[in-house]
Design a protein around this ligand. Structure first.
Ligand code: F6R
Length: 261
């Protein structure tokens, strides 16, 4: 796992956006996995800036979002559909039919989840999956004790997540209790993983994820099993990493490292 530490949130977001741009420049019809939440906002802003400056084209891109709250219609301001359209999709040129977001209002969740998995397979899998991390170490809505082989399914949110996400709602009681989420197994099948994390409240989860044991108690720790996982984090989120000096040493020496390609 590669850990890239930036001084600020803005620097972190730019570095992560460069990695996305690199994938799209190499493969213009790439399949991107998208995350919501406050962390990737800076990354999306930077991708929109690149697109508007004419240096990034999304016309052949296909996307799959990680998750959606159950019970929120697409028009609800806190639904992930709404979030993605407001913060990203309406500013770039991804064809509408290429955008996939789990439905929070389907009448048959089991069938919907199976279809979602099938669609990912049909388009050849996800090339680059963007991820955030919850303060309880979750990726997507794979809460502690989720199977590391899990697939897209309905999930009951942990109380910690409901409390963390209540900041976006008028009332904590308005936060949905259930979500549809890609599984850890689904995420691990992506060719490349990119995780962003900032702030002090992510420091413990980051340390557990990068340096702790692989455990379903911290589902993000499953990234240790992936050969192409990169974490872009800021100073505060890196504050509990024991091997921080080493991660910085690797980045310092990267330009001179022998190249095999
Ligand atoms: C959202 C998602 C979640 C968030 C995580 C962190 O699509 O998959 O795992 O990434 O809850 O959320 P923020 O960025 O708001 O701290």
């Amino acid at each position: 796992m590669e850990v890239i530490i930036s001084k600020t949130y803005e620097e972190m977001s730019r570095a992560a956006a460069e990695m996305v741009a690199e994938v799209l420049n190499t493969k213009p019809d790439a399949v991107l996995g998208m995350a919501t939440g406050s962390t990737p906002l800076g990354l999306y802003k930077e991708l929109v800036r690149m697109h508007q400056a004419g240096s990034l084209d999304f016309s052949q891109v296909t996307t799959f979002n990680l998750d959606e709250y159950v019970g929120l219609p697409v028009t609800h301001p806190q639904s992930y559909h709404y979030f993605m359209h407001e913060n990203f999709f309406r500013h770039v040129n991804i064809p509408a039919q290429n955008i996939h977001i789990p439905s929070g209002t389907t009448s048959n969740y089991r069938a919907f989840c199976a279809w979602y998995e099938q669609r990912i397979e049909e388009v050849g899998g996800i090339d680059l999956q963007i991820l955030g991390i919850g303060s309880d170490g979750h990726i997507a809505f794979n809460e502690p004790t989720s199977s590391l082989n899990s697939r897209t399914r309905l999930k009951t949110l942990a109380k910690q997540t409901i409390e963390d996400n209540s900041r976006f709602f008028d009332n904590a009681d308005d936060v949905p209790i259930y979500a549809i989420t890609m599984g850890v197994g689904t995420i691990l099948e992506s060719a490349c993983l990119l995780l962003v994390a900032n702030g002090e409240n992510k420091a413990e989860a980051m340390a557990a994820m990068v340096e702790g044991p692989v455990t379903s108690m911290i589902t993000a720790s499953a990234l240790q099993l992936h050969p192409e996982a990169t974490c872009f984090i800021d100073d505060a989120a890196a504050s509990k990493l024991k091997m921080r000096d080493y991660y910085e040493w690797i980045q310092e020496n990267k330009p001179d490292a022998p190249r095999f390609d």
